[in-house]
Design a protein around this ligand. Structure first.
Ligand code: GAR
Length: 198
């Protein structure tokens, strides 16, 4: 059974989709740890409820101590490596991972992003897609899962799926539709990534 580490920063609904798929056997992998950079991330509760080790590892103390970002990324990499993951899934992890972290896990990190490839990298992607639709710049949006490289929300795409935007949608309606698509895609793409591991 392949070993997954899932990294989150918030609600963890995509983590939940992975937990459910792992428990039902839809995903041929075991989630061996969940990492969050935020202590208040509800995903940590989801992990604990599923009996998965949950690790909170905030960046703030490093910043407050004036320590370089590589100190955080190096320590984070060591903590993650202790769980011996085959694959690391960034499921709403909102910190950029440095080349130092990524070099420790070459070809082993995938990321979920709530937009189509090349569109709206960074935070608030759904809000920005919604605003772009209002301006008539796009007629639909989407979600993607990609291999992680140092450039934010870029890297070879594993899977993507369109998400419709209807005239008259509220932002919340678009968010709900986007997340529903993510919950399916994150499981499919994780399974695909597992199959591509050496
Ligand atoms: C998801 O929409 C994910 O695509 C996004 O954070 C959300 C986490 O939701 N990630 C990014 O924006 C990365 N750039 P969740 O905590 O409920 O799974």
């Amino acid at each position: 059974m392949k070993r997954l580490v899932v990294m989150i920063s918030g609600n963890g609904t995509n983590l939940q989709a992975l937990i459910d798929a792992s428990q039902s056997g839809k995903l041929d992998a075991r989630i061996v740890a969940v990492f969050s950079n935020r202590a208040d991330a509800f995903g940590l509760v989801r992990a604990e409820q599923a009996g998965i080790p949950a690790v909170t590892f905030p960046l703030t103390p490093y910043k407050q101590a004036g320590r370089p970002r590589n100190d955080y990324d190096g320590d984070l990499a060591r903590l993650v490596a202790a769980f011996q993951p085959d694959l690391i899934v960034l499921a709403g992890w909102m910190l950029i991972l440095s080349p130092l972290f990524l070099s420790r896990f070459p070809g082993q990190v995938i990321n979920l992003h709530p937009a189509l490839p090349g569109q709206f990298p960074g935070t608030h992607a759904i809000e920005r897609a919604y605003a772009a639709f209002q301006r008539g710049e796009i007629d639909h949006t989407g979600v993607m899962v990609h291999w992680v490289i140092p450039q934010i929300d870029a890297g070879e795409v594993l899977a993507s799926a369109p998400v419709a935007i209807e005239a008259g949608d509220t932002l919340q309606e678009l968010e709900t539709r986007t997340h529903a698509t993510e919950h399916r895609l994150i499981v499919e793409a994780t399974q695909m990534a597992l199959q591509r591991l050496p």
